[in-house]
Design a protein around this ligand. Sequence first.
Ligand code: UTP
Length: 290
Amino acid sequence: MKHQLRKIVFPTAGLGTRFLPATKASPKEMLTIVDKPLIQYGVEEALAAGMDEIIMVTGRGKRAIEDHFDISAELEANLKAAGKEALYQEVSRVARMAEVIYVRQKQALGLGHAVSCAAHWVGDEPFGVVLADELIIAEKPVMQQLREVFEKTGRSVIGLMRVPMEMVSRYGVVAAVEENDLLRLTDMVEKPQPADAPSDLAIIGRYIFTPRLFELLEETKPGKGGEIQLTDAVARLAKEEPVYGVLIEGNRFDAGNPMGFLMANAELGARHPQFGGEFSNFLRNLLQNN
Ligand code: UTP
């Protein structure tokens, strides 16, 4: 296995049923938080952590993602001609921020299956995985937080956060032991009932894996919900080699459902350098009058 960590996989081929009808014809990852689509936040996080070889696993109806990271010569020419320099700079920056390979997941057979669709393009190298609908606002980009543990250990690393016990059934949940100031994962379960959950440590959609994961995914049978679950393959990986957990520092929003999406918009809207003040006033008035 090569040790460099440049590659990053974005699974974006899910059906987005929790956000219908918004996601019927447009990808969940293109939902906008303030003024940028979710996928752009994810890509910027990966780039900030030095992972610049991007493999996007897409499915039907996801063309807008490809167009978003592509050059739109007509738009750029129009903005330039109209003297809208700042917008021109931004649009042109997005189109050139990364080299992206698009791989198709022909059927939404589960997150584990989506990740395995990238195997050929990743090869025998460690790689990151970002679920862009999990938006994390953090001072230090979360993939960088994971990367630091990877650089120390050379092992797979998974982002975690503590959640209230009554919420564990929404997440993959891990069992962990402390080992040299790190959390070593010993088991994980997808969406357990609180009584069956090994802890309150939930998986939050940020991962770094050794390539051994791909071989285990090959052998993984459909699990919960009839889907090929990433969690099942990672649980097997953790039995074979050390897999570490990182309690991430940051504010996480599950923007793949309307509630988390609204909260993310409210938080980032209120913090926006240009109109955060005005938006915060609006929120205050709204709350006072309701
Ligand atoms: P989710 O659990 O959010 O599933 O997937 P989903 O289908 O997108 O949305 P809901 O639950 O129906 O509302 C987690 C991540 O895995 C990707 C999704 O795009 C999302 O980034 N995924 C999931 C795939 O790429 N393929 C799949 O078959 C399933």
